[in-house]
Write a protein that binds this ligand. Structure first.
Ligand SMILES: Cc1cc2nc3c(=O)[nH]c(=O)nc-3n(C[C@H](O)[C@H](O)[C@H](O)COP(=O)(O)OP(=O)(O)OC[C@H]3O[C@@H](n4cnc5c(N)ncnc54)[C@H](O)[C@@H]3O)c2cc1C
Length: 515
């Protein structure tokens, strides 16, 4: 299907001729994916047209036209995620890159209001000048600072700065039918400080397990909580990529990679660090992920992976502690020392090297290493992304993967990095989160094996009553989990049907209204 001339003209009247295209070259640029989570596919179906609205009223007009013409639309902020793509014809892309303004930084009440194409790197740089900081998606600071665009928004600093769902305050939402809804305090007072009421809250409706991933309208502005930043207003970076790094550690900062003899010991250390609230960054990486972060080439990565795998005792995590004063720093170091003693943790000395520590710190705070960690070794990554729940629930669930991942490694289907899963803590231990990183070169055999692997993991989640993973997109997976979990899929479908009777908001990564 190609977009009809009258439809194109109507959309063009909204955004102007320079902000719309149906040129095949342009459409293919949006259809390309390197194959990440879609296994061996490279090109997704083409959009019918790409439109670039400049403000909320233009978004509203486009959404209304889609309803009128029975076209579907899918919005994206930075377009980083695979869920930004359509799965069939008849869809137009609403690319929000022209909506790139930081609307407000409220230092007193500690929130920031952003449009979708403000990336975390920009917002964080502005905040740091004011002694503030924001949670940043672990996917990288090149992703949207909107707490709603991201998949779940968990990242390195979530230990103290939480994640998308918990940081979201007031939101401006263009519903799938084209109504503008101003949620929370924005609707009643015109202010951004609160995500709920007075009156009924729509927070659960627009979020669910993760955000609706393009299947429930367009978020055009949102406020996010911001946090205290005890560091310098800028990092003094030197060098040329991939070798750039700060020249030295800022005063009062320390980074360590700690490993433990067992998952029980690691869990105990994470709990104690959470209870004492000394962690600024806590990321449950395994040794090969540390190697990926530090190495600047594949050859170096393979060498460091071998070295670090031998040097660690077992599961571990990267930890940054930061002092608000010399005394506070000293206190936190002493608390850490005691916890490490009690849990028999071991520091990976390579990370303490003054040539390594500042760069690693910078990559953990400015969040610049995701591609190194996920895609550099083999070009493609996949695996499992589990949910957010008590740390022990997450940790117990993910242990199943050790055996299953070893099988894939034994068969030579995936990169033999480590079978230790990624398990981490959020909000000083309030929540846990777990994932398994699988790096591989796409081919039909691996794709088939990985699909089976994910299927097995979903079955373990159901059988063990471990809750809903985060990677649950589309009808088939919701229909698999729903009957085991209070029939939530029926309710989600009702939400979709009520707010989107014409199914204008493309639902392939969310849920469709079908019975
Ligand atoms: C290498 C890599 C690492 C990743 N690591 C993490 C991680 O650590 N933590 C994590 O949470 N996720 C992670 N992800 C998942 C995901 O890709 C990102 O969270 C997300 O894509 C971030 O980009 P974004 O926020 O700009 O949203 P986009 O990529 O633009 O969009 C993501 C989804 O949200 C929808 N959407 C975006 N903006 C809007 C809007 N304004 N209105 C309505 N719908 C919208 C899109 O349709 C799409 O479905 C990772 C992905 C990759 C490729």
């Amino acid at each position: 299907m190609a977009i009809k001339t009258n439809q194109y003209k109507a959309l063009e009247d909204v955004v102007g001729p320079e902000n719309i295209s149906a040129d095949p070259v342009i459409l293919d640029a949006w259809a390309w994916r390197s194959g990440m989570a879609v296994f061996d596919e490279k090109f997704n179906p083409r959009y019918e047209a790409i439109v670039l609205p400049g403000n909320t009223n233009e978004v509203q007009a486009i959404v209304r036209l889609c309803n009128k013409f029975k076209l579907q639309f899918k919005a994206s902020s930075t377009g980083w995620g695979v869920y930004c793509d359509p799965t069939g014809p008849g869809v137009i892309k609403i690319d929000l890159r022209r909506m790139d303004r930081i609307i407000e930084i409220n230092e007193k009440n500690m929130y920031a209001v952003v449009e979708p194409y403000v990336i975390s790197a920009q917002l964080q740089a502005e905040l740091m000048k004011r002694g503030l900081n924001c949670n940043t998606n672990g996917a990288g600071s090149i992703t949207s600072a909107l707490p709603l665009a991201a998949h779940e928004g968990i990242g390195h600093m979530s230990q103290h700065a939480s994640y998308g769902e918990r940081n979201q305050l007031a939101v401006e939402w263009v519903t799938p039918e084209g109504e503008i809804v101003r949620m929370g305090s924005l609707g009643s007072l015109g202010e951004w400080f609160c995500g709920d009421g007075p009156g009924p809250s729509l927070r659960g409706v627009i979020r669910g397990n993760v955000v609706p991933l393009g299947g429930l309208g367009v978020f055009t502005k949102a406020a996010t909580k911001v946090y205290h930043w005890p560091g310098p207003p800028t990092f003094p970076i030197e060098g040329v990529s991939p070798h750039y790094a700060p020249t030295h550690m800022p005063p009062g900062f320390m980074l360590r990679f700690l490993s433990f003899a067992s998952e029980e010991r690691r869990a105990e250390a994470i709990r104690k660090i959470g209870e004492s609230e000394i962690g600024f960054v806590l990321m449950g990486f395994n040794a090969p992920m540390v190697a990926s972060n530090i190495a600047t080439s594949n050859e170096e990565e393979v060498k460091l992976t071998e070295q670090y795998n031998k040097l660690v005792q077992g599961p571990g995590f990267a930890l940054v502690i930061v002092g608000n004063s010399p005394n506070d720093f000293d206190y936190k170091k002493r608390v850490l020392h005691q916890i490490v003693d009690e849990t028999k943790g071991r520091s990976l000395e390579a990370v303490e090297d003054p040539k390594i520590e500042p760069g690693y710190l910078w990559r953990c705070i400015r969040i610049t290493s995701s591609i190194r960690e996920t895609c550099r070794a083999t070009g493609v990554f996949g695996g499992e992304v589990f949910g957010t729940d008590a740390y022990s629930v997450q940790s117990n669930f993910i242990q199943h993967s050790v055996k299953d991942k070893s099988e894939l490694i034994k068969q030579g289907l995936i990169y033999a990095d480590s079978t230790i899963p990624f398990t981490t803590s959020i909000e000083h231990g309030q929540f846990g989160h777990s994932e398994v990183l699988i790096r591989y070169t796409p081919n039909p055999e691996t794709s088939k094996a990985l699909k089976e692997y994910v299927g097995k993991a979903n079955q373990v989640a159901v059988n063990g009553h471990f809750g809903l993973p985060h990677h649950v997109f589309g009808d088939a997976v919701h229909d698999f989990f729903g009957p085991h979990m209070s029939n939530y899929h029926l309710w989600l479908r009702k939400i979709k049907k009520t707010f989107d009777p014409n199914e204008a908001s493309e639902p392939s990564s969310y849920i469709s209204a079908k019975e």
